[in-house]
Each structure stands twice: as structure tokens, then as C-alpha cells.
Design a protein around this ligand. Structure first.
Ligand code: HEM
Length: 514
């Protein structure tokens, strides 16, 4: 029986997921590019696997990742992120995930983030000091494609673990923790397409990889740091006198907070037996480690990518850069510090960050969801239960109707978007047109019950990194960057940008822009 037979698509994809595997493995992350070709050939809904549809209409995004959606995550995709145990990110059912999200998200709320800002500033200031020192001691340019992910990783780990991973101290920021490219991590592809292939030969091959493959080795090294952190937390929380309040714990490392929070939730008389069992599961050692490990990737690499894309675009668009620097100079004219709350109020900086988030997309692989509670209607089509549905964020962010000249870095669009949307609503009542309220279509953090709960922290880090970097330093690219060159990326869940390294000379900024 072929319930999806009315949907067009390549013949091979009707029969096997190996069609998609070919682009992910052999074409090394070319699936999103292929999706563009498929939509050009077959229209707005394409059957991309025996049981899978991909959509290109941006309105599908709000319907697939809708508030209150009961759709499960597609485990064929998410099981590749399941290490020794599952985590909130790899929990398929939104109802189960909500239990864990409720425990974790207070740690990342805006209220909890504000007292941690000095830790973020400490890492960003460290980056700036290293860049200034480098400039006074060497004629060589600095590789920002390493420096920016390093500051993102150190800021995030200093916030959630008892100490940062300290990648900023590596000479030239060339640290194995930020160098590891997941695409070369062969385990990912074996797990995804051959999940049952657990022959002794394959297991021996995996063990061999853990001894020789650089990416596998760095994953193991990072796990070790996380396990040590959990051990510290367990020692701390086992001291009977230490039962601090939630508020005080949100200022400290993640694990003591998590242990305390779970234990206090379990003791609540109103809790159901099911939730209590889920919370007890969370207390297992491997489970806590998996949570920390996944957070490390969810929280650091995403911010790192938004920074590298944004800074590259700023350095290739002189007019935009000058406007940003001028705004920063006016808001922050003195040698002293600036409050995060003051950075947040700057309209052009905010627009620059939104544009950086748009062109870095968040996750580019379509976030597969399984239609799981009766048939669904998506962009007017009835989709049968059990179908995997998805739309890559790139089909929203690069849609020319919502974002004219979509590959251009154009922060002004965000300043204009609210006004434009008001005008459009007054002029047209045509419900079939995509409305131009760009904010609604900034989906880098996804939407619905599984959207990113690190959003407040991400925004806070981005304000501080962009604000400090461009107020304190002048960055001069070694070779001129072409503003008209669209950014090319490979798709390995997060985008991996395919371009020459971003090498810059750094000068300290002492005077205001004329
Ligand atoms: C610019 C920065 C960030 C971007 C673009 C981003 C993007 C996303 C996206 C698109 C999702 C949905 C993934 C999916 O459905 O599978 C997500 C989920 C998630 N994000 Fe972020 N994120 C960012 C920063 C952070 C930070 C700082 C944290 C730290 C707490 C974080 C933690 C998570 C977690 C735990 C999930 C899984 C939620 C769930 O499955 O219910 N992210 N993020």
C-alpha cells in the first residue's frame, strides 16, 4: 500500500531512504541543495522518501512546527544524536519532552541569564585581549572561523559547567574541540542508515575509530570533562547541609541545579506517577551526561555559526559595518562598560543580529516530524498519519517574497518589516498571499513545542559578542570579501559553510567613526 502515491517525487525515493542517504553521505551534505532541485522539478510538496514529504511553501513551517503540535520527532534523524542515552533533544514525544523541558528551561530563562552575564563578558573580553595582544606581537592575520566558535564554546561552557573548556587559549584558536567536523564522524551515518548493523565486525570497527579518528577522540575528551563535572556536582549535593534555593542554584553550574530541581519536583505531592517515573529516569548517571553533552552542541555551535556568518557578512558590507559602528559608538562613547540591557535597545545592532540569524539558518536539515494523531492538513493537503513531514528553514529564510534579494545581507529589512506588514494588512485581505511580516518568518530557533529554549541565552551572547567586538576592534579582512557572493553551505544538521577561512588583521579602535 502506497498512501503517499499522489505526491510527486523521484522514483527511487518512493522505494528507499538510500536515495536521501546518497546525498547525505556520498554528496557530503548536499541534501538541502538537492531539495531545491526537487521542488523546482516537482512543485511545492515532494515525496522525498517512501514515507516522507518535504514542503517548500513557507506557510508550511508554522503548520508543521505549530504551537501545541502533537507530532513526534522522526527518530531516524534524531537517533544519530543519542549517545549512550537519550536527552530532551532526542525525546520523540512532545508530551514527554515537556517534563524535561520544564526542569531545564528555568536555568535558561531570561531571569536566570541576567546574573550570569559577567561570565559571558569575561570570555568575550578574553577574546578581545588575545586579539589585541596578537596584533601587537605578530604581523599574521587571525582566523575568525576559529576564534568565534571558540568564544561561543567557552562562554557557554563557563555558564553551564564548573569551568570553561578553554578553547580560547589554544594558539591561533586552533583547538580540536572546535575543529571536529561532524560530517567526518562516520558513526553518524552508520547509526542513521544502518541502525541494526551491530555485527561484531561493525562494533570492532567503531571501537577502532574511537582510538584513531580525531573527531571521535575529541567527542570522548569532551565527554570526560562533562563526566568530571557531574562527579563534582554529585559530591556537592550529597553534603546534607547544602540544599540551596532554586534562585541561587541558577547562578551556578548546571548539574547541581538539575539534581536539586529534579529531586524537589519528585517530592511534590501533586506530581503524577508517570511524571515521577520520568524524572527518576533523568537522575540516571548516563542520562545526565547525555543531557550535558547535547547541550554543549546545541548551545555553543549554533551561536558560533551565527557569529561567523554575521561577522563575515559585516566585513563584506562596508556601509552596514559603518552604521553599526556608529550606533555602538554613540551608545557607548566611553572607555567603561555597557549594560546588556543598553545593547538590547540598539535597533541597528538588533537588525544585524536578526540578519545574521537568518543567513545562518539555525538548523538546515529539515526537522522531521511524524504525523501522529490522525491525518493532518498542511498547506491545504491532507497528509496521512505516520508520514514524516518537514521543511528546511532555508526555504523560509531564502524566500524572495518575504525577504527580497534573499541572499544579500541587508539588516534594514528588519527595521522596515513591521511597518511593511502593517501596510500590507491594510491593503490586502488575500489570505493566500505570504505576508511580509519578516519577524514571523525568522525561524532560526524553530517554532512550536520543540523550539529552542536557549533563545534568551543565545540572544544575550550575540548582543555581547557583536557589541564588544565591533566597539573595541577594527577587523580588516586579509583579502577583500565579495558582498554579492551567496554563502554556500553543506548540510550536516547545522550548516557547514564552504568558503575560504575568514582571516583578518585586527586594530584596536581608539577614536569614534568620523
Ligand atoms: C543562535 C543560537 C541557537 C540557534 C540558532 C538554535 C536553534 C535551535 C533549533 C532550530 C532547535 C530545534 C531543533 C529540533 O527541532 O530538532 C533548537 C532546539 C534546542 N536548543 Fe537551540 N539554538 C540556539 C542556541 C541554543 C542555546 C544557547 C541552548 C542552550 C540551552 C540551546 C538548547 C537547545 C535545546 C536543548 C533544544 C532541544 C529542545 C527540544 O528538543 O525540545 N540552543 N535550537
Amino acid at each position: 500500500k502506497q498512501p503517499l502515491k499522489q505526491f510527486p517525487g523521484p522514483s527511487l525515493a518512493r522505494w528507499t531512504t538510500l536515495y536521501k542517504a546518497y546525498f547525505e553521505i556520498v554528496k557530503k551534505g548536499g541534501w538541502v541543495r538537492q531539495l531545491e532541485n526537487l521542488h523546482a522539478a516537482y512543485g511545492p510538496i515532494v515525496r522525498v522518501g517512501p514515507n516522507e514529504l518535504h514542503f517548500s511553501d513557507p506557510r508550511a513551517y508554522g503548520e508543521i512546527y505549530a504551537p501545541g503540535s502533537r507530532f513526534h520527532k522522526d527518530m531516524a534523524l534524531y537517533s544519530i544524536f543519542k549517545h549512550s542515552n537519550s536527552s530532551v533533544f532526542t525525546t520523540p514525544d512532545p508530551h514527554d519532552a515537556a517534563v524535561i523541558r520544564n526542569v531545564l528551561s528555568p536555568y535558561f530563562s531570561r531571569r536566570a541569564i541576567i546574573p550570569k552575564i559577567p561570565l559571558i563578558k569575561e570570555q568575550v573580553t578574553k577574546l578581545i585581549t588575545i586579539l589585541k595582544t596578537h596584533t601587537s606581537e605578530s604581523e599574521d592575520p587571525v582566523n575568525l572561523d576559529h576564534a568565534l566558535p571558540a568564544v561561543a564554546l567557552d562562554a557557554f561552557t563557563s555558564l553551564i559547567f564548573s569551568r570553561p573548556f578553554d578553547t580560547l587559549s589554544a594558539p591561533g584558536f586552533d583547538h580540536p574541540f572546535i575543529r571536529g567536523v561532524p560530517s567526518t564522524y562516520i558513526n553518524i551515518w552508520v547509526k542513521k542508515y544502518f541502525p541494526r548493523l551491530k555485527t561484531p565486525l561493525m562494533l570492532a570497527f567503531m571501537r577502532f575509530l574511537s582510538l584513531v579518528d580525531p573527531v571521535t577522540i575529541t567527542f570522548a575528551d569532551q565527554l570526560k570533562l562533562i563526566i568530571e563535572d557531574l562527579k563534582l556536582a554529585l559530591q556537592r549535593t550529597s553534603t546534607p547541609d547544602e540544599s540551596p534555593l532554586d534562585e541561587a542554584l541558577t547562578d551556578g553550574p548546571l548539574y547541581p541545579f538539575l539534581l536539586h530541581k529534579i529531586q524537589s519536583q519528585i517530592q511534590k505531592p501533586t506530581i503524577t506517577a508517570e511524571t515521577s517515573e520520568q524524572l527518576r529516569d533523568l537522575l540516571q548517571h548516563n542520562r545526565l551526561v547525555a543531557e550535558g553533552f547535547n547541550l554543549r552542541f546545541a548551545g555553543a555551535d549554533t551561536v558560533g555559526t551565527a557569529c561567523t556568518v554575521g561577522v563575515r557578512c559585516l566585513l563584506s558590507n562596508r556601509d552596514v559595518l559603518v552604521r553599526l559602528v556608529r550606533e555602538l559608538d554613540e551608545a557607548w562613547p566611553n572607555e567603561g562598560d555597557i549594560a546588556f540591557e543598553d545593547l538590547e535597545k540598539l535597533p541597528y545592532l538588533t537588525a544585524v543580529i536578526k540578519e545574521s540569524l537568518r543567513l545562518s539558518h539555525g538548523v538546515v536539515t529539515p526537522l522531521g516530524r511524524v504525523v501522529s494523531s490522525g491525518d493532518a492538513v498542511i498547506v491545504g493537503e491532507t497528509i496521512p498519519t505516520g508520514t514524516i513531514v518537514g521543511i528546511s528553514s532555508t526555504f523560509v529564510h531564502l524566500n524572495a517574497e518575504i525577504f527580497p534579494e534573499p541572499t544579500k545581507f541587508h539588516p534594514d529589512r528588519w527595521l522596515k518589516s513591521s511597518q511593511k506588514s502593517r501596510d500590507q494588512n491594510e491593503e490586502h485581505s488575500d489570505s493566500s498571499a505570504v505576508d511580509v511580516n519578516a519577524d514571523k518568518y525568522l525561524v532560526s530557533f524553530s517554532r512550536g513545542p520543540r523550539s529552542c529554549f536557549g533563545i534568551h541565552l543565545a540572544w544575550c551572547e550575540l548582543y555581547i559578542i557583536f557589541g564588544y567586538l565591533f566597539r573595541m576592534l577594527e577587523l580588516i579582512p586579509q583579502t577583500e570579501l565579495d558582498p554579492n557572493q551567496p554563502l554556500q553551505f553543506d548540510d550536516f544538521f547545522l550548516p557547514t559553510y564552504v568558503c575560504d577561512p575568514l582571516l583578518v588583521f585586527v586594530r584596536e579602535r581608539t577614536s569614534l567613526v568620523k
